[in-house]
Design a protein around this ligand. Structure first.
Ligand code: ATP
Length: 116
């Protein structure tokens, strides 16, 4: 499975996006919020740099959610039983998503403050 051509690897990534969309409600919610924010920003005609920062914040949130979901799926598959270490792994992954979401929220608040 190693060293596949770029198009193959791109296909795997698209498949991962579809799996994330199909299996994870939080990913769907965050993706829809991101879409609404980008559409709203485009309608307001905001400047290029703000669009870039907001787009990056949305992409980082979605990527963090996918990493978190992938880790959860792996852990649940390898170790379905309850275990204190699994709790730590899942809670730390969830904390990572929370931090990224707080960062994105800060970007949103700074944008609103700069445009009000
Ligand atoms: N196998 C386990 N052993 C110990 N604690 C667990 C285990 N599975 C889940 N937990 C605890 O329950 C919390 C929620 O776990 P869960 O897998 O349902 O995550 P979730 O973020 O709610 O996932 P989903 O996106 O599937 O709703 C974890 O953060 C962890 O604290």
């Amino acid at each position: 499975m190693k060293n596949k051509a770029f198009l193959h690897r791109f296909g795997f990534a698209i498949q991962g996006l579809q799996d994330g969309w199909r299996r994870e409600r939080s990913f769907r919610t965050q993706a829809l919020i991101g879409l609404i924010v980008v559409l709203g920003a485009a309608l307001l005609g905001i400047s290029g740099i703000w669009l870039a920062v907001i787009g990056l914040a949305i992409a980082v949130v979605l990527a963090a959610e996918l990493f978190n979901s992938a880790l959860e799926a792996l852990v649940d598959h390898l170790h379905p039983e309850v275990h204190p270490e699994i709790r730590v792994v899942k809670d730390m992954a969830a904390a990572g998503v929370l931090l990224v979401c707080l960062g994105a929220l800060t970007v949103g608040l700074l944008f609103l403050a700069a445009h009000s």
